[in-house]
Write a protein that binds this ligand. Structure first.
Ligand SMILES: [Zn+2]
Length: 540
């Protein structure tokens, strides 16, 4: 018996099942970057998609094991003669996962394979790969639907795999339809009926994928398959980013160590960034709002005892507590927020009263800092005379030209001064903000090279109602990221370009501030990975 598989392990399928998400497009190089990051986090198994032609890549991960993925043999072919299985047998990873059918509905309606023949297909395929020296995980597709329909046959499928030498059978809730209590009961019954370790693979169609995975572990499952941030087709897969801290911190079930968990927030943001998706502000554990407190009473409570409104210590998952600044929050929150970036202020300090006054004035004009911690940080530093701007703006100009052929061309020219040097730059963009961003970067990136790591990831515009007889006011919210964390900035003006410019400059100033304060470059890695070829993907 494989002892490693009796411990709870995490099995990531972001690079295979996660890629089925609508709109997901990730290059082979980007997949390798994700694999390295997951390896660094401490995920035990990483499924790299279909087996690679390059035989070396599996040895280059530091801690994780790369797993090759494929399907059972086709009907009417010997396993040894099945092209897909032969590729798997020749692939470098020692462990392979194959997915096979379990549900008679699929056998009857889709495959037109008789149930006994399907059992032979499963057994032959597993036996062939085991004979080729592989450790085989068997993914039972649609297991829960099959078990609901015909438990005896569903168990026969698992036994066919186990008797042929599978090291683990994984129960897949392929349609994501099963509720947690049914998963828990089924896993218990399966464990009583088969003699190999059992894994769980949930989809999120009933929004129960995380819950289903956790109860499966409680019932005795020892491998949890899922994806980073729950990426996957339809409503996604089970989100390993939520599962890992629950297993380790709330259930004492293992998976990741406390030290590894501290990299969770950074990893979730990194993967989102590489996939060109923005991480949900409210995503549990790792989102920017996951430990954000708003309102005087909550703020006062978490000041004295964080556990009053925090289910775990945010640092345990690499996140941090934030205080949302609003009129409700007052002096205490200003002091608290200032302390977050190392400025000690006393609530009786005259400067604090002045800051609260200025803050209320700004809120009155339409500013809102709850989702714009970057701008609030800069506001506070400005008020305290602590902020040195990156550059001085002489002027900018944006031209939007709509042509007869239907194309709209946007061009921005910008003139700034840095240390007595006058810099002029012109750039095109697909919109005014994009063109301004490009022109500003072009002008100053030579002097501030770290700017190249900062990207705008989200841009939101809100038109506010007329205030005090003035015209309507535009509030812009920008999210920027350096691949490790995300911050929000804001700008307000009657003019949308000016509001956007204000938010844009703040996002760059704040990003540069972080890099200037954090200083050190990220640690180098000892090992490197070459591209893992992966194309397409089967359901599981
Ligand atoms: Zn799946």
């Amino acid at each position: 018996m494989d002892d490693e598989l009796r411990q709870v392990t995490l099995y990531d399928t972001t690079l295979r099942d996660g890629m089925q998400q609508e709109g997901m497009s990730v290059s082979v190089d980007e997949k390798v970057r994700i694999a390295l990051k997951l390896d660094e986090l401490g995920i035990q198994f990483i499924e790299g998609g279909f087996p690679a032609s390059n035989p070396k890549e599996a040895e280059k991960l530091c801690t994780a094991e790369l797993v090759a993925f494929g399907t059972t043999r086709r009907r009417g072919v010997k396993a040894a003669g099945d092209a897909g299985l032969r590729v798997l047998a020749a692939a470098s990873p020692r462990t392979v996962t194959i997915v096979g059918k379990t549900w008679s509905l699929h056998l009857r309606e889709v495959l037109r394979v008789a149930p006994p023949e399907n059992l032979r297909i499963i057994a032959d395929s597993v036996k062939f790969l085991v004979g080729e020296g592989k450790r085989v995980f068997y993914d039972a597709e649609h297991f829960f639907d099959a078990y609901r329909d015909d438990p005896g046959y569903a168990l026969d499928c698992l036994r066919a795999a186990a008797d042929a030498g599978a090291a683990l059978v994984c129960l897949c809730d392929t349609n994501g339809a099963t509720l947690p209590f049914e998963i828990e009961r089924t896993v218990r019954e399966v464990l009583a009926a088969v003699d190999v370790p059992v894994g769980i693979h949930c989809h999120n169609d009933a929004e129960c994928a995380v819950a289903g995975s956790l109860v499966a572990v409680r019932a005795g499952a020892t491998q949890v398959q899922g994806t980073i941030n729950g990426y996957g087709e339809r409503c996604g897969n089970a989100n390993l980013v939520s599962i890992a801290p629950a297993l380790a911190l709330k259930m004492g079930a293992g998976g990741l160590t406390p030290a590894q968990l501290e990299r969770l927030t950074e990893t979730a943001h990194f993967v989102a960034e590489v996939c060109n998706l923005s991480l949900g502000t409210h995503q549990p554990y790792v989102g920017r709002a996951a430990f954000t407190h708003k309102g005087g009473l909550h703020v006062a409570a978490v000041e004295t005892a964080p556990q009053t409104f925090e289910h775990i210590d945010p640092a345990a998952v690499g996140n941090r507590q934030r205080i949302a600044i609003s009129e409700l929050a007052g002096k205490g929150a200003v002091v608290r927020k200032a302390r977050e970036f190392g400025l000690e202020l006393d609530a009786d300090d005259d400067r604090v009263s002045r800051i609260v006054r200025h803050l209320k004035d700004r809120e009155h004009r339409g500013y809102q800092y709850e989702a714009a911690d970057g701008s609030f940080d800069l506001f506070l530093r400005n008020e305290l005379g602590e902020h040195v701007p990156l550059f001085r703006l002489e002027s900018f100009r944006v031209i939007v030209e709509k042509r007869e052929d239907g194309k709209a061309v946007v061009e921005a020219t910008i003139k700034v001064h840095i240390d007595g040097e006058r810099l002029i730059s012109t750039a095109e963009g697909n919109g005014p903000v994009n063109a301004l961003d490009a022109a500003l970067r072009q002008a100053i990136t030579r002097i501030y090279p770290h700017l190249a790591d900062i990207e705008l990831v989200n841009y939101k515009v809100r038109i506010l109602d007329e205030v005090k007889g003035t015209g309507a006011v535009t509030r812009v919210l920008l999210d920027a990221s350096d691949g490790q964390s995300t911050w929000g900035t804001t700008g307000v003006s009657e003019n949308i370009i000016e509001a956007s410019w204000e938010a844009l400059v703040d996002s760059i100033e704040f990003g540069m501030l972080r890099s200037r304060e954090n200083g050190a470059a990220p640690e180098g890695r000892e090992c490197e990975v070459e591209p893992v070829a992966a194309e397409g993907g089967e359901d599981a």
